[in-house]
Design a protein around this ligand. Structure first.
Ligand code: AOF
Ligand code: ZN
Length: 348
């Protein structure tokens, strides 16, 4: 299952709206087939593993990071393919929350006399599938808030300078995240102040996330570096779309983040990296739409400076938002603290 998770990782950021899934087939102690899901519309992990195993699939044990599907989507049911191949036993990390599957894949296998175990390395599989699970359960992307601050909690000087809070190792890690998350979002204030491109840089085989600009008042220049092909502008006003569309930017109408996220979900975007600024972060926090937080803390002091966020601003410390499953890691000279504000949806 560990190897199946590593295989699945190769699909992360490439499979939306489908999940990344990995599959390993073992016969008499040797691996006879491996597969992972590459892209929506293409065969599932199990199918690639079955192809590699050929006749050696008969009597083998299958390790798969998600319950084999039982339904006809763009591809036929994997449960049927496994039954047809004469598999002896199936070990599943976690059940598929897709209402079209949700336990029926396992039921189908058991009804055919195949032994099925569920729950092996489930926590890791669920984390790997967070985007898919959010999309299929809530109809919106899994939202990851990311920012970098000094020891005294500032993301920029009073004059707005923020290059750079962290060292190179942290910035490289952020490019890995951009490569693995489906979309990245900033507010129009950040576009005006920082002129970011929000592309993935210096990652082998990397690809850019879909760039999303939240611009309620429609003040972003259509020529901004972040806009163009592969970008989305979300605005609440009836601005002219033509200058944006002429450059390839897709324009969506929504007057709140609550209304905008399901639109991104319907485009098949399963994960969103929220990079600021403070006004947009506050809007997400007030709508309770931040699922996960990743914060770099740099060993620097600024004193007066800009804060990453203003909400929720409670009276008492005990009312602070608490991250669960928090983890701490050193990244070069900086410290990365991450945790979740929401649990990843599961059937178990
Ligand atoms: C699996 N193995 O590798 C994946 C699964 O349209 P389709 O046919 O590609 O079906 C997509 C659904 O199949 C997706 O929403 C999820 O429930 C499941 N994904 N299942 O057995 C895989 N990627
Ligand atoms: Zn399948």
């Amino acid at each position: 299952m560990r190897e199946a998770l590593i295989l699945a990782q190769r699909g992360v950021g490439r499979t939306a709206p489908n999940p990344p899934v990995g599959c390993v087939m073992v016969q008499g102690g040797t691996v006879v087939g491996r597969g992972f899901h590459l892209k929506a519309g293409e065969p599932h992990a199990e199918v690639f593993a079955l192809r590699e195993a050929g006749e050696r699939a008969r009597g083998s044990t299958v390790y798969v990071t998600l319950e084999p599907c039982s339904h006809h989507g763009q591809t036929p049911p994997c449960a049927d393919a496994l039954i047809g191949a004469g598999i002896h036993r199936v070990v599943v990390a976690t059940l598929d929350p897709n209402p079209a599957v949700s336990g029926r894949g396992v039921e189908k296998l058991r009804a055919a006399g195949i032994a099925v175990d569920v729950g092996i390395l489930a926590d890791e599989a669920v984390i790997q599938q967070a985007g898919f699970r959010s999309l299929v359960t809530w109809g919106r992307p899994w939202v990851v808030l990311k920012y970098a601050m000094t020891l005294d909690g500032k993301v920029a000087t009073l004059s707005g300078d923020s290059r750079w809070v962290t060292g190179e190792a942290a910035r490289t890690l952020v490019h890995h995240w951009r490569n693995e998350l489906d979309a990245i979002a900033v507010g129009s204030g950040t576009v005006l102040a920082d002129r970011p491109s929000l592309t993935t840089r210096n990652i082998d085989g990397g690809r850019n996330p879909v760039r999303v600009v939240f611009d309620r008042r429609g003040r972003t220049d259509p020529g901004a570096a972040v806009l163009g092909l592969g970008s989305i502008l979300i605005t609440g006003v009836e601005t002219a779309s033509e200058p944006h569309e002429a450059r390839g930017t897709r324009v969506l109408r929504a007057s709140s983040v609550q209304d905008a996220l399901p639109l991104l979900g319907s485009l098949g975007l399963s994960t969103l990296l929220l990079e600021g600024g403070p006004a947009l972060i506050d809007a997400f926090l007030e709508a309770d739409l931040i699922d996960e937080v990743r914060v770099f803390v740099a060993p620097k002091l600024l004193g007066a400076g800009q804060s990453p966020l203003g909400a929720p601003s409670p009276k008492l410390m005990k009312q602070a938002l608490d991250l669960s499953d928090s983890q701490v890691q050193q990244v070069g000279p900086d410290v990365l603290i991450q945790g979740r504000l929401h649990a990843i949806p599961t059937l178990e």
